[in-house]
Design a protein around this ligand. Sequence first.
Ligand code: C5P
Length: 232
Amino acid sequence: MKDVIIACDFKDKKTTLDFLDQFTDRKPFVKIGMELFYFEGPSIVREIKARGHKIFLDLKLHDIPNTVMSAMKSLCALDPDIIDVHAAGTIAMMKGAMEGAVRSDGSKPLVVAITQLTSTTTEALHNELLINASMEETVIQYAKNVQAAGLSGIVCSPLEAAAVKKNTSPDFITITPGIRPADAKKDDQARFTTPAQAAKNGSDYIVVGRPITRAENPVEAYIKIYNEFMGL
Ligand code: C5P
């Protein structure tokens, strides 16, 4: 169940496939986000899937329950392995998402939710969104809502994974970006942990982008991170 997901934050299909071509032995789990999906359309998911990769389709749906339900139906026809919505859309919206989340063979992908984006500051939370609770309280409450709606887990900081599991259940999945190997560049990540620390904190999946996509040898960087996270 544990795995390393490579964030394929590339601008187009060619750059993405050139990158993935380097992985000849094992086909890593990949995350496709808005940039690539909106530029290339659904065919990019079909093509990467056909090459044998598992896919986290990271489009963060947020709309009225009926629209999210229908959108999930469309997206799940692409057979993603993980797909996400915004927990801020409410329990009703997330229940709609669950209803629509059916793949072509009738099975369900893992449906997870974003709690508070890590780009949201406490100041914005209080002054713009008028949420008076602390960031941690908000994340925990959203995680409980996600669980109540029947989703599988959330995307959160590796620093929050342990608290989230404590307040939900050990099998509630945490997917954590914000990973930096001890010897890697930090880029713009302010709150991060190493792969080993993320595993210790209970992360089920880590999402890693630039430490792999911009490495001199991406396959080597991936294997090193994978082995560290899996404790191999
Ligand atoms: O390159 P890097 O490892 O920082 O990439 C992390 C990936 O996870 C990016 O796709 C980024 O958008 C995403 N992400 C994040 N922090 C969040 C949510 C998503 O870094 N809180």
